[in-house]
Design a protein around this ligand. Sequence first.
Ligand SMILES: Cc1ncc(COP(=O)(O)O)c(C=O)c1O
Length: 389
Amino acid sequence: MSKENHFETQAIRTQMERSQYLEHSTPLHLTSSFVFEDAEDMRASFAEEKERNIYSRFTNPNTSEFVDKICKLEGAEAGYAYATGMSAVFSTFAALLNAGDHVVSCRSVFGSTHSLFTKFLPKWNIETSYFKVNEIDKIESLIQPNTKILYAETPTNPAVDILDLELLGNIAKKHNLLLVIDNCFATPYLQNPIKFGADLVIHSATKLIDGQGRVLGGVTVGKADLIREIYLFSRNTGPALSPFNAWVLSKSLETLSVRVDRHCENALKVAEFLESHENVQLVKYPFLKSHPQYGIAKKQMKKGGNIVAFEIKGGIEAGRQFLNKLQLLSLSANLGDTRSIATHPASTTHSKLNEADRLEVGISDGLVRVSVGLEHYEDIIADLNQALG
Ligand SMILES: Cc1ncc(COP(=O)(O)O)c(C=O)c1O
């Protein structure tokens, strides 16, 4: 496939070799292992003298197709696919960090990533220093001689803040750090962190990449030498994506651009509606002019994504009542589904944090996060309207 092909074409036409049956659509290779011609073939394969499938914990044609697509869509050299987004995050850190290393990360990261930094990596004497979304100028003061990774998500979850990838790339380069970006909210269609200097990009494929709320998956892509270390760690520790889920996710990528285009159109309409509603205090959507980092979002994202955060007047109780009144929107922990989903972080996912800690990551009492789906936008808005009333 030529390098010049457009995103949509790469997402559809990157495909494993056809079998003798000349199938048009990719078949599913639901097999744990692969056979060898003879003892020499087996020896040479294990010695990595041949590039071939041995065992599906290492590679499988379906996972390789999925990884190849993500590499092309992100502009990456190599990758490895995981059972979940969190196994991608954990394995990336575990493969690259040694005891005594240090991480600098944005404080606004996904909850389980925060737990990894604060509860689990310290078991191996790996500490993390946090900067807030509006404190990029403090990053350099957090860097220590043992700092190895600079980590961030953008847009952030759930407050939809934007971090300047170009700036992060420059800092990482200046201090010889690995820049690792969780690109889950943007997808490779809206944003390519490698263009701005990221060494590795991580996705929870469970979200917009699957896009239909069916399977879990994750992937890390980036520089080949780093992926080699990540691959060796992962092939021995076993977090591999199943061939079936890889097949589903690779199929999903064929429609990623059209789905995400519609998600973004719907989300912008929802954001504009919310901005005009009297019971809404504040709306955060990257492509609304009122977003504090609108200029940065425009620089690094093609469109604004499907997540809208807003502040409902009346705090925690108003947030709870709003959720109870919703009829069409689902109350669910997922996001990036065809079905629109609403969550109220202060009374659910972040209820164990005290108010000060919540505010530090942009979660006020009345913050509601909507993952805008693919239903007709008028129906989504009508449901939000009646629940806000
Ligand atoms: C930004 C981000 N990163 C990582 C994850 C973890 O992904 P998974 O649920 O596939 O393990 C999530 C899940 O919501 C997420 O939102």
